[in-house]
Design a protein around this ligand. Structure first.
Ligand SMILES: *Cc1c(COP(=O)(O)O)cnc(C)c1O
Length: 383
């Protein structure tokens, strides 16, 4: 209602994926569900309750605003971990609500101690170590200061975790770099432990590290993309297949993006279709007009390139994708009616449109396309 397209989120697909992930990590390792980027485009409000039904009790986000949304959405108690942005004003709110957070600068550590003192409540910190990604994290010299401060503030703050993030575990090209990061991490961790500190949770793995490098599992894994049914990269999938005897992809996608046929039009041979002259009808054609365009995240780059599904059949986008509509070729399809379902992403009958087929294959495409799906397209949970 009131929307030209909508997104369905499959609960059974999530159950399947969580079961697969749990089997991979074993029962002793905690699974933190990464729901940054609006749960990778799936919608925090739709995704989180079904994840909780699947037994997830730990969520990781990027920033305080996401943590805030998550907190409103939880249906039962769960741990929330902020991995990135949190300004000093938000720190007080986070600590007051038992939200855990990464610490990668002395400033945040000291501020957390001050606020904890004021609130009479211990902040739970995850010390992020620099191991080679060169983004955030304490390198060895700054770690010395952090440990000294932790020692000094141990009445106010608790060292809940020690963690790092790998710089591209989804590509074998980075194999040596990932292994070096893992070594350096273990090294720094034992230094932290010999300094008398004992973190409760040690964690380093994202999806790609979890599936390709089991030694990175430790106490907890932070899983984003795979819970939504996507492999971090084609390489990760082929690596997994080479190590296992499986016949089909063990993951299932949660997301289906749908619209409807808004109008049908006949176009005589030789006419140009849409703006400009990028498509000229090579024969008499039947078109379906679909009320989705680049304003809804359907990229203009898919002009004359993309496909949608109508009546279980692939239909090509012809002409340029407009702001709010696109035209698709239904000349070969029998009996298409106004209001017939159009699948932009996902399956219909035996056909499917994958995220990868949305454009040229690049390793980050899944992540980017999913997180760019506009937040104002309604999302519905289905079985
Ligand atoms: C996004 C993110 C993850 C999850 O990555 P996936 O590849 O989606 O599993 C884990 N850790 C950190 C620090 C992240 O930023």
């Amino acid at each position: 209602m009131f929307h030209s397209s909508y997104i369905e989120i499959s609960k059974s697909a999530l159950q399947n994926n969580i079961a697969f992930l749990r089997q991979e990590i074993g029962s002793g390792v905690q699974l933190s569900s990464v729901v940054k980027g609006n749960a990778y485009g799936h919608g925090i409000e739709q995704f989180v309750p079904i994840a909780q039904e699947c037994g997830i009790s730990h969520f990781s986000v990027f920033s305080a605003d996401e943590a805030h949304r998550l907190l409103q959405t939880l249906t039962k108690p769960a741990t929330i971990l902020i991995m990135g942005y949190l300004d000093n004003e938000e720190l007080e709110w986070a600590i007051a609500h038992d939200i855990e957070f990464f610490v990668f600068e002395l400033d945040r550590l000291l501020e957390a101690a001050t606020i904890s003192e004021k609130l009479g409540k211990k902040a739970k910190l995850h010390l992020e170590l620099e191991t080679g990604m060169n983004r955030t994290g304490f390198d060895r010299p700054s770690l010395e200061h952090a440990l000294a401060s932790l020692e000094k503030c141990k009445a106010q703050v608790e060292l809940q975790g020690v963690c790092t993030h790998y710089a591209g575990a989804e590509s074998l090209q980075n194999h040596d770099r990932v292994l070096a990061q893992h070594e350096l991490f273990k090294n720094q961790l034992s230094y932290i432990r010999t300094s008398g500190l004992s973190p409760k949770q040690v964690h380093t793995a994202c999806s790609a590290a979890m599936i390709t490098y089991p030694e990175t599992h430790m106490d907890m894994v932070r899983i984003g993309i795979m819970q939504y049914g996507f492999w971090p990269s084609p390489e990760t999938y082929s690596h997994y297949v080479s190590q296992h005897t499986i016949k089909k992809d063990p993951l299932r996608r949660l997301i289906t993006w749908k619209s409807r046929v808004m109008s049908i039009k006949s176009v005589p041979q030789g006419e140009f279709i849409g703006y400009g002259t990028s498509f000229q009808a090579p024969r008499d054609m039947q078109l379906a007009i679909v009320p989705v365009g680049y304003a809804w995240g359907y990229s203009r780059a898919l002009s004359n390139q993309g496909h949608v599904l109508i009546k279980g059949t692939r239909a090509a986008v012809v002409g340029t994708v407009n702001m709010n509509v696109m035209m698709v070729d239904i000349t070969e399809l029998q009996d298409v009616q106004k209001n017939d379902e159009v699948v932009l992403l996902g399956s219909q009958g035996n056909e499917s449109i994958t995220v990868a087929s949305f454009g040229e294959l690049s390793t980050q495409l899944n992540y980017e396309l999913l997180t760019r799906l506009p937040a104002n397209i309604p999302r519905y949970v289905i079985d």
